[in-house]
Ligand binder design. Structure first.
Ligand code: NAP
Length: 245
């Protein structure tokens, strides 16, 4: 039986890395909020998996790019489960284009969700998180790899890395640790969609460990950062990528 006492809010937890994080933190003893934007059934499935394993979870629809929806989400979570202890800013999208084709929609959507979405939850977390809480943002190892076509996406994530370091300083006196995880290529829809089998195989083979990351590889790092053992890590970006950079 899992002993549950703290609340973890994971944005974009209906699929991919976020769903693994939700299951992992529930197993670690957190009551988890499975945020999603459109995939209601998938989010409910994650909640069912957690509750059937003896954990506690609720699903909550909110578009992170909408500041009012994010504020309402925090209100509802606080009244249902209590104050948030751990915020995981995992929700994100990726749209690959060379800069020559970076039209307004391509730019705005990625900035709205990846950057403004993170700012929207960080603003709420700054004033609402329990003292001693944790914020775990999501960047990407492409910030280091600097691959062609990833320009706008990587730029939004570079900004998230900067926000991470600054918020860690702003939490002075609250003991809230603020870090970012920067995965390398990880086998989810975000990475796999639109790529040929041959390209996926090539990208797996350039990794010193010879494979893509899995969502559970990344959830393990988040679990550590959310744990007591991770308490001396603050203001950092952890590249979790098997050594690809
Ligand atoms: P994914 O499989 O595409 O899942 C994305 C999740 O984000 C879904 O749960 C989706 O919800 C949610 N989401 C999208 N827009 C949202 C919005 N406006 N509001 C709330 N939720 C929203 O992606 P993933 O690969 O797990 O990526 C998770 C994070 O890791 C992202 O920040 C991504 O940039 C980062 N990352 C991934 C990789 C990789 O190779 N996979 C590498 C580096 C970094 P719905 O299901 O409701 O649409």
């Amino acid at each position: 039986m899992i002993s549950i006492n703290k609340v973890a809010l994971i944005t974009g937890a209906s699929r991919g890395i976020g769903a693994s994080i939700a299951r992992r933190l529930a197993n670690d003893g957190f009551a988890v909020v499975v945020n999603y934007v459109g995939s209601e059934n998938a989010a409910r499935n994650v909640v069912t998996q957690i509750t059937e394993a003896g954990g506690r979870a609720i699903a909550h629809q909110a578009d992170v790019s909408n500041a009012a929806s994010v504020s309402t989400m925090f209100d509802q979570v606080e009244s249902t489960l209590g104050n948030v202890e751990v915020l995981v800013n995992n929700a994100g999208i990726m749209d690959l284009q060379p800069l020559a084709k970076a039209d307004a929609q391509h730019v705005d959507r990625q900035i709205d969700i990846n950057l403004k979405g993170t700012i929207n939850t960080l603003r709420e977390a700054s004033v609402r998180l329990n003292h001693g809480g944790r914020v775990i943002n999501f960047s990407t190892s492409v910030v280091g790899l600097k691959l062609e076509n990833y320009g706008v996406y990587a730029a939004t994530k570079s900004a998230v890395e900067t926000l991470t370091a600054i918020m860690a300083k702003e939490m002075l006196g609250k003991y809230i640790r603020v870090n970012a995880v920067a995965p390398g290529p990880t086998a989810t829809e975000l990475f796999l969609n639109g790529k040929s089998d041959e390209l996926i195989d090539r990208m797996a083979k350039i990794n010193p460990l010879g494979r893509l990351g899995t969502p559970d590889d990344i959830a393990s790092v988040v679990s550590f950062l959310a744990s007591t053992d991770g308490g001396w890590i603050n203001g950092q970006v952890i590249r979790a990528n098997g050594g690809v950079i």
